[in-house]
Design a protein around this ligand. Structure first.
Ligand SMILES: C[S@@+](CC[C@H](N)C(=O)[O-])C[C@H]1O[C@@H](n2cnc3c(N)ncnc32)[C@H](O)[C@@H]1O
Length: 343
């Protein structure tokens, strides 16, 4: 938060505008320990802190009240295991997944992203900026020499299957258990974000995820992310042994010993809330501009010049990329509400 607020402050300080006060509204599921969150905030922070608990696939805040949204390492969690995957053998990234199940996961991810974007579109002001960090997988990696968060998930699945073989978990349950997340490829993220009518994708990069974890680090990271879910599904008494097996599997392969073999990615996407006003493309601009002064121009210069004048206008709009993207439109509309005073 400090980094984001300092960047916004610098923008204000280099302009004539007065730097505003900042309020940060932290959000997580109701099960989150918000007391620990507030206790861990730096006392000398330059913002007021508030929190709202709830599912981010629904509305959390008032309409047009948010100027900047930041969501990190969370959007890969799905609202549910897709129906098409239920009751089938597990599908985990990096494993021998079947296409129809993979597609069902991707479709669920898309539906969930759409509901997230739809709610944020209501809450954010026009021109507001959103930064998303989403864990991601490359379309291909060499499992003999490299690994990703997908390969790690596959080893966790194999640990659960081993637990079932030892009679510590139900065989059927461990074979059909699916985790409700989809770690997308950068291409999948881009395609979904570009479909949004409410946000324009200003920038997207896929970076090396850079966790630089050794084997113990991977075990701690995976345990933190999966422990609650596995406890709910298989019981608390299974957790230590499952993660001991997981650790042994990581130690058995030289691939995981070297963090530079990690090909996991993180997608960083910067989006801007569109102006809902005009949202015109080039043809829309020509129609809009023609509708207003056409009569006046015909009166002044003759009706015969109208078509050619607006053809020239259209060509000029087409020669500059600025007009192709409606989110570049900085035109404003002033709304003024007046009340007749008592005399
Ligand atoms: C891996 S943690 C990331 C935490 C933090 N954003 C970061 O980058 O370090 C994922 C967080 O997303 C939250 N989360 C997952 N699904 C959510 C949802 N549908 N609504 C709100 N929060 C959700 C989880 O509760 C968890 O705190």
């Amino acid at each position: 938060m400090h980094t984001i607020i300092e960047a916004v402050k610098q923008k204000y300080e280099s302009s004539d505008l007065k730097t505003p006060e900042f309020v940060v509204c932290f959000s997580d599921l109701v099960s989150n320990d918000f007391n620990t969150l507030f206790r861990s905030l730096p006392p000398d922070r330059s913002y007021k802190a508030a929190a709202v608990a709830g599912d981010f696939h629904g509305r959390l805040l008032l309409p047009s009240s948010v100027h900047f949204t930041y969501c990190s390492w969370s959007l890969h969690w799905l609202t549910e295991v897709p129906k098409a995957a239920e009751g089938l053998m597990s599908v985990w990234h990096g494993g021998d997944e079947r296409k129809e199940v993979y597609d069902a996961y991707l479709e669920q991810f898309e539906r969930d992203m759409e509901s997230f974007l739809k709610c944020r579109a209501v809450e954010m002001v026009e021109g507001g900026v959103m930064a998303l960090l989403i864990p991601s997988l490359p379309a291909y990696w060499d499992p003999q020499k490299e690994y990703t968060v997908g390969s790690l998930a596959d080893l966790l699945r194999s640990s659960l299957l081993d637990m079932a073989k030892k009679g510590k978990l139900s065989k059927e349950k461990s074979e059909t258990f699916n985790i409700p997340y989809h770690v997308p490829t950068p291409g999948e993220v881009r395609a979904i974000l570009q479909k949004s009518n409410s946000f324009s994708l200003e920038r997207m990069d896929s970076l090396k995820s850079g966790t630089l974890l050794n084997v113990d680090g991977h075990v701690a990271f995976f345990r933190a992310a999966h422990q609650n879910l596995l406890t709910y599904e298989f019981g608390a008494e299974t957790i230590d042994e499952t993660f001991d097996l997981f650790k042994k599997k990581l130690q058995a392969s030289p691939v995981y010993a070297d963090p530079s073999n990690d090909r996991s990615l993180v997608v960083v996407a910067i989006l801007k809330r569109n102006n809902t006003g005009a949202l015109l493309n080039v043809d829309g601009h020509v129609a809009f501009v023609r509708a207003a002064p056409q009569n006046m121009l015909a009166h002044e210069f003759g009706a015969e010049i109208i078509d050619e004048t607006f053809d020239l206008l259209k060509k000029k709009l087409h020669t500059s990329p600025i007009y192709a993207n409606p989110s570049n439109d900085r035109t404003l509309v002033v709304v003024a509400i007046l009340k007749r005073s008592n005399v």
